[in-house]
Design a binder for this molecule. Structure first.
Ligand SMILES: Cc1cc2nc3c(=O)[nH]c(=O)nc-3n(C[C@H](O)[C@H](O)[C@H](O)COP(=O)(O)OP(=O)(O)OC[C@H]3O[C@@H](n4cnc5c(N)ncnc54)[C@H](O)[C@@H]3O)c2cc1C
Length: 410
């Protein structure tokens, strides 16, 4: 286990106490309000105001400027907090630590100019607006971003955007005011220098919501994944984020922390699933034996614990590297946690479903939804295979063990 400074331990304890006293007891109310169609359930708004008042706010952003609100936890320090927030699907939203706003805020911090920060970063930090990141396209194999086809063409002092995006999470949500779009500015340039990022006010004419996509049949107004069509959408050239042609590199910078935070939250959710497995297996019997007395149950629970603790250590190490050597140097470890956590998350959700029997596939426990989310996590933020390709490439380049020939026999 990595040691955390006392300040981070104290903050995690404060978050835990607020979570137990205010957030968790309101989960059923949140569900009711969400089911009744509220895109931001009233209770979530109430709790956000309370958390902000307590200063438990913007905890996932290590690089806040002096005048920006938030706690300035390092990535490693945030791991302890993120696990607590991850226990509920909406936990991160209470503390303004939710995706995709956090990685979008990081992008604005790193690459936004003064005017862009004032217009977009300030209201995001205050929790007044939401944002989305529009990279993936339905007609391009988007796990390779050099395939993207959406065009960003200059016309005088404006860029004109044409194309289609999908899974731009929360891009159709009522809170969303900003789309950060990745598109091609120079189709003749080297592959990695073709794309740029532009900031598009969500309600700019020419943006059409084609549909909101269900994820394993799940469609909720609180968390939307829209398909968006852009037809002659115009923004001033000053809306370029970072340098023209640097979209590929900038997009990579966004993904390190985004992946890390998803992994941390998933670990928190897995802790809930393990506890539910234990409780359930202690409370029912078959064929004269309590279910927790079967070796298959013990294996399900024990393997879950072993794998989850392995993941936690990997995630802490990746967080530490992100803090100390940066996104680029930590990319192998980020890819490693992305693959490892998504797999373990899916396996633990699967075991939990199994132990709950028929109830496991209903919405009465968090297991079925967790299974769907875990399965999707093996695709978003980069499919497993792409990360495995990255790990293998970096691993090959890092090999340094001397005298390998001595282990081999003719
Ligand atoms: C719930 C959810 C939320 C999302 N949120 C966002 C968002 O906010 N913004 C956004 O822009 N996108 C988002 N996405 C999209 C996601 O990032 C992409 O789906 C992902 O990058 C893969 O791109 P693709 O779907 O085009 O798959 P493709 O690129 O077509 O790949 C399909 C499959 O091909 C195989 N494959 C690809 N490359 C390799 C390889 N190198 N080796 C071996 N096999 C390979 C893999 O099996 C892969 O799953 C989200 C997706 C989901 C499901």
């Amino acid at each position: 286990m990595f040691d955390l400074p006392q300040r981070a331990i104290d903050i995690a304890a404060q978050v835990e106490s607020f979570f137990q006293q205010r957030v968790l007891p309101n989960n059923k109310l949140w569900e009711q309000q969400a089911k009744s169609g509220q895109p931001v359930p009233d209770i979530q708004q109430t709790l956000r105001a309370e958390a902000k008042e307590l200063g438990l706010w913007n905890m996932a952003l290590p690089r806040l400027a002096d005048d920006e609100p938030g706690l300035r936890l390092t990535n490693l320090e945030f791991t302890a907090v993120a696990e607590i927030l991850g226990r509920l699907e909406w936990g991160s939203h209470v503390f303004n630590c939710n995706a995709p706003d956090v990685p979008n805020m990081e992008l604005l911090q790193l690459f936004g100019n003064h005017a862009q920060k004032q217009q977009w970063l300030t209201p995001l930090l205050e929790g007044e607006i939401g944002s989305a990141f529009a990279m993936t396209e339905p007609y391009a194999a988007s796990s390779d971003p050099t395939n993207l086809e959406t065009r960003i063409e200059r016309d005088g002092d404006e860029f004109v955007i044409n194309g289609r995006k999908w899974f731009a999470s929360n891009g159709s949500h009522s809170r969303c005011e900003l789309l950060i779009l990745v598109g091609v500015t120079d189709s003749q340039a080297q592959k990695s220098q073709r794309q740029s990022l532009v900031l598009i006010p969500r309600h700019t004419p020419g943006i059409n919501v084609v549909r909101n996509l269900p994820v394993f049949d799940h469609l909720s107004q609180t968390n939307l994944h829209p398909e968006l069509e852009f037809t002659n959408v115009r923004v001033p050239v000053s809306n370029l984020l970072g340098d023209e042609g640097a979209g590929f590199a900038i997009g990579q910078a966004r993904l390190g922390p985004a992946r890390l935070h998803h992994c941390m939250r998933a670990i928190g959710e897995c802790e809930v699933l393990i506890s539910l497995m234990v409780k359930r297996s202690q409370s029912r019997s078959t064929f004269g034996k309590r279910i927790d007395e079967y070796s298959s149950t013990q294996a399900a629970i024990s393997l879950s614990r072993i794998e989850l603790d392995q993941c936690r250590l990997l995630v802490q190490r990746a967080a530490h590297l992100l803090d100390t050597v940066g996104n680029k140097a930590a990319r192998k470890q980020i890819s490693m946690i992305k693959v490892a956590v998504a797999k373990v998350y899916q396996d633990i959700a699967d075991r939990c479903i199994q132990l709950f029997g028929a109830r496991g596939v209903t919405g009465d426990t968090p297991a079925a939804r967790a299974f769907g989310k875990a399965r999707a996590f093996r695709i978003y933020d980069g499919p497993d295979e792409v990360h495995l390709q990255t790990i293998a490439r970096l691993e090959a380049g890092e090999q340094s063990l001397a005298g390998l020939e001595h282990y081999l026999h003719e």
